[in-house]
Design a protein around this ligand. Sequence first.
Ligand code: PLP
Length: 424
Amino acid sequence: MTFDSLTRDQVQAFHDEQLDAYRTLQKAGLKLDLTRGKPSPEQLDLSTELLSLPGDDYKDSKGTDTRNYGGLNGLPELREIFAEIMQVPVDQVVAGDNASLAMMHDTVVFSLLRGTPDSPRPWVDEDEVTFICPVPGYDRHFALTERYGIRMVPVEMHDDGPDMAAVRELAADPSVRGIWLVPTYGNPSGAVVSEAVAAELAALETAAPDFRILWDNAYAVHHLTEERTKTADIVGLCAASGNPNRAIVFASTSKITFAGSGVCFLGSSAENIEWYLGNLGKRTIGPDKVNQLSHARYLGDVEGVHRLMNKHREILAPKFEAVLTILRERLGPHDVATWSEPKGGYFVSLDVVDGTASRVVELCGEAGIAMTPAGASFPYGQDPRNRNIRIAPSFPSLDELTTAMDGLATCVLLAAAEQHLAPE
Ligand code: PLP
């Protein structure tokens, strides 16, 4: 059934039915949250053992006392594990503290204030600096570039990566200095950048000599099925294309161990690593190596990471399945929405009837279901079609999630009917 095939009276009856359901929902006094993609307490419990590590044995494999200053690039044994995941040689990987977002922040700020190894001058001395922002995308990427006055231009994120025709055209503008990308299980679309698109990005002709691909592989090993999707080796592809410094890869254990007390990683060309460490060394004497040692001992090796991620999958996959089942059952028959069916990551991206996303979020809010603000996944918070809503299924319990999703479906249907009935 689509609204277009119904008479006005039939849509009105449908609207009234949804309004009744909505009023019942409001009376339930819910207090549910589908906003941030945080691990649930049950997921955090998987890594409780970390809290008792490294114990009395606080020296790393080379005999370094991890309690002391130093080791700016991080503990070798932990870097080895993530070098393999990030597909970057171990001496081109830096292990930091608890937030890859901080590494992205520093990369942008260092580029602005000092320029990159390929920049004729610091970015702040350019008339304008522009970033390409595939949408929907990660709100904190956009908040970061907005904060530092970098102009953002959205391009559509397809199932295999950004709209390359649009990217090619933008790259001809010398003010365009970079692109944000979440290559695997993108936030929020779940899209995976294909090998072919990655190769094209690596070889892309850019007017700026210091164009950067900020390759945020936050969900590199966060599979929701048995398929272990492999991320394209962007650093290798850039080197092979004669643009060795173009890509900077980020990752972290935020959604592997503890979201607030994990370890983050940056990988790139040898020249970029030297540049990054040269700037970082003015900011810190070294990272929290005790936590890095705990992580190295706890995770062991790459297979240890995958074993732990399988346990996360056992907790997360039923939640994603519940979300998708409710969307299919409640919204599927009415042709009022489309949604992603991700094979990994932390989000489901829901597109409702154009023009109704903010109304849906408002209705949810008034019924005690907190949703991420409409438009959050777009630069400047502006979704031109006002249709995208990000669903984060990880944190609530399965029961809470089911109740919240059912409520969300009611709000989507009610908003769609309201719009259909509204005078032109
Ligand atoms: N990158 C993406 C795409 C994310 O979705 C998130 C968290 O939601 C982060 C980075 C934050 O990572 P970290 O905790 O390492 O700063």
